[in-house]
Design a protein around this ligand. Structure first.
Ligand SMILES: *[C@@H]1O[C@H](CO)[C@@H](O)[C@H](O)[C@H]1NC(C)=O
Ligand SMILES: *[C@@H]1O[C@H](CO)[C@@H](O)[C@H](O)[C@H]1NC(C)=O
Ligand SMILES: *[C@@H]1O[C@H](CO)[C@@H](O)[C@H](O)[C@H]1NC(C)=O
Ligand SMILES: *[C@@H]1O[C@H](CO)[C@@H](O)[C@H](O)[C@H]1NC(C)=O
Length: 587
């Protein structure tokens, strides 16, 4: 087996699945599948019901005729499937226990034997909830564990890929012309599988690959999973590792747009409803979705989803939208600066293969198939960084596919459309979105690869995670006291006015100089260049908490690191004293 060739002392995590070789149109994984998605009349798209998953087949090439292009490489960026909640959070009714059959198996390398013993892993220890000794979720599931629904979703994804790129049901080759993926040789070489080190992403990727590669994978004996320490990894959000990301979030929360949104009557009404009726505060989108998508009971006052995500009357829709919008707004805020930085290192990993291949004119071998198994935030950040995000929260088992096609077969490419010999097609949840990329003509199915390289490219050398803005740690008490004395003493009131006048004049002069470009460039950058005008100003920051989540005990607080040289140039605004930044958790 492939696994044996590695370091023998490594304990290998094997997640096995008993799966029949896909030969029918639909692999039925679970006997329970019939009973899923029955309780409610409608499910939000985020659930990815069986019917919704069936719809996400890979479209055939339509505008490019047979013989004009040849598929050379496919990269899939995946979101894990349906899962248990990531918090012990309720949305109005007590949490029913979550029960999971053992679906994760561990195997250790015995060094001498080809036979592996696998050990099912189950989260049923620690059962003294009355003494506060329990797992996070009641029942036998890990937080964020892939559910049977999620497994089925990934099998369906795998079959879609198989049919498009490898074998259709009734033919020897793929169902679509020009989409045959040249896997050849050893699968462990031909397939690059990258995941972060979480049960749901690892297992999602394994299931997809098993369904996609079927017998060929069984014969080859498995694939290597490329991963990294979870706390250092960059597949999803990694705000705690990169202070500038936390700073972008803080800045976003202080924009006019966000404040208007967060202080609107609608927002007030929703917060009040949530507190009074559902008995909770804070982001409950995770609870809403894990409840409805797994047919659990919704509180009667929010059991009103009618299929319209934009409904003004459904409390379910309104609450979900309220919290989802806070994330999507951050993703696109200020030319998607948050998304560009957060997705940068992963884009660099993804593009390494593609760029090497394209720039060598197809001469350098790279794995023809690459899978990056991650989260909603992974897909959202990549799309937003390319200005292609539709502001819809990525659904369970979402797939963003990048196909690389050789287009200059026999010198037949259209030089007006293609400057290079390679093109790309991009597909998101079964829809071709190539022409949404900057520089790709409307309706174009395969666009020049140079556009992809420009949009996805990221140079890790340029990654800078330091805070951009210097933020003073504390008020200077002397100034505050002096002002207080001036204001409280009548005789000094005139002096106070004078001070205000003096301040305004100085401010005006400074503004003039700023717009007249008399201020040194470095200072302009720290002040926020024009174009970032939606910022309310840079404010004095009390100690903030960020980069963690209250639930997992990772919250940390502290002063922001800062140079103090030009601190007097910052607006003082102390209305946000107990401003708390909470990191969104990977979902
Ligand atoms: C599947 O796609 C078709 C055509 O786009 C659409 O009419 C139908 O509603 C979709 N079904 C589901 C379950 O999403
Ligand atoms: C239960 O334990 C958690 C941490 O394990 C702690 O945060 C919480 O305060 C405890 N609750 C009670 C009632 O002791
Ligand atoms: C989970 O939430 C319930 C209800 O809010 C609470 O009673 C229980 O102690 C919580 N469990 C943990 C592990 O925090
Ligand atoms: C939104 O407004 C609520 C209520 O004023 C406040 O508690 C919350 O911190 C605000 N959210 C952010 C991110 O500022």
């Amino acid at each position: 087996m492939q696994w044996n060739s590695g370091n023998r002392r490594i304990t290998v995590l094997l997640l096995l699945l008993f799966l029949h070789t896909p030969s029918h149109a639909q692999v039925v994984f679970s006997a329970n599948a019939e009973s899923w998605y029955q309780r409610y009349s409608h499910y939000p798209p985020q659930c990815s019901t069986t019917a919704q998953m069936q719809n996400r087949t890979i479209p055939p090439l339509t505008t490019v005729g047979h013989g004009e292009s040849r598929l050379q490489h496919v990269t899939v960026i995946l979101r894990h499937g349906a899962r248990t909640p990531v918090h012990n959070q309720t949305c109005g009714v007590p949490l029913e226990p979550w029960t999971c059959p053992p679906s994760t198996y561990l195997a250790a390398d015995r060094a001498t034997d080809d036979e592996w013993l696998t050990f099912p892993q189950i989260y049923d220890a620690l059962q003294f909830p009355q003494y506060n000794l329990s797992n996070i979720l009641p029942g036998t599931c890990q937080i964020g564990q892939l559910l049977e629904q999620g497994m089925q979703q990934q099998l369906t994804n795998g079959l879609h890929l198989r049919r498009a790129y490898i074998h259709s049901d009734d033919e020897d080759g793929p169902s679509h012309k020009n989409l045959h993926l040249p896997l050849g040789g050893s699968l462990d070489k031909a397939v690059y599988f990258r995941s972060d080190d979480e049960q749901r992403t690892l297992q999602s990727g394994q299931l997809l690959l098993q369904a996609m590669l079927g017998k060929e994978l069984e014969q080859s004996g498995g694939l290597t999973i490329h991963t990294a320490d979870y706390t250092r990894d960059i597949v999803g959000d990694h705000e705690a590792l990169c202070p500038r990301l936390a700073e972008f979030r803080e800045r976003f929360y202080r924009t006019r747009d966000f404040r208007i949104f967060n202080e609107s009557d609608d927002a007030k009404e929703l917060r009040q409803f949530q507190q009074e009726v559902l008995g909770s505060t804070g982001d409950i989108s995770d609870c809403l979705l894990t409840t409805i998508c797994s047919d659990r009971e919704l509180h009667p006052k929010i059991n009103d989803y009618d299929g319209d995500q934009n409904s003004e009357t459904s409390m379910f829709s309104r609450l979900l939208r309220f919290y989802v919008q806070q994330r999507t707004m951050l993703a696109t805020f200020d030319f998607a600066e948050y998304s560009k930085l957060v997705s940068g290192p992963l884009r660099a990993e993804i593009m390494k293969n593609i760029q090497t291949f394209v720039e060598s004119g197809g001469e350098t071998y790279v794995p023809p198939f690459a899978l990056f198994s991650g989260h909603d935030s992974t897909i959202m950040a990549i799309l937003a960084s390319m200005d292609m995000f539709d502001e819809q929260w990525p659904t369970y088992a979402s797939m963003l596919i990048i196909e690389i096609h050789e287009i200059n077969l026999d010198g037949r490419k259209d030089p007006a459309l293609y400057t290079s010999d390679f093109g790309f097609r991009m597909i998101y949840d079964g829809k071709v979105i190539t022409d949404q990329m900057k520089g790709c003509p409307s309706g174009q199915e395969i666009c020049d690869s140079t556009k992809l390289l420009e949009a996805m490219y990221y140079d890790v050398k340029t990654r800078n995670c330091e805070r951009l803005y210097a933020i003073p740690v504390e008020f200077t008490p002397a100034v505050t006291q002096a002002t207080a004395i001036l204001v409280s003493s009548r005789s000094a009131f005139g002096g106070f006015l004078l001070l205000v006048f003096f301040g305004m004049t100085l401010g005006g002069l400074f503004t003039y100089l700023y717009f007249a470009h008399w201020v040194p460039l470095n200072l302009q950058r720290k002040m926020g260049a024009p174009g970032r005008a939606e910022m309310d100003g840079i404010m004095v920051e009390e100690p903030v908490c960020y980069g963690g989540d209250a639930d997992d005990g990772k919250r940390r607080s502290g002063h922001t690191a800062l140079p103090t040289d030009d601190s007097e140039n910052f607006t003082i605004d102390d209305e946000d004293d107990d401003f708390v930044i909470t990191n969104t958790q990977l979902t």
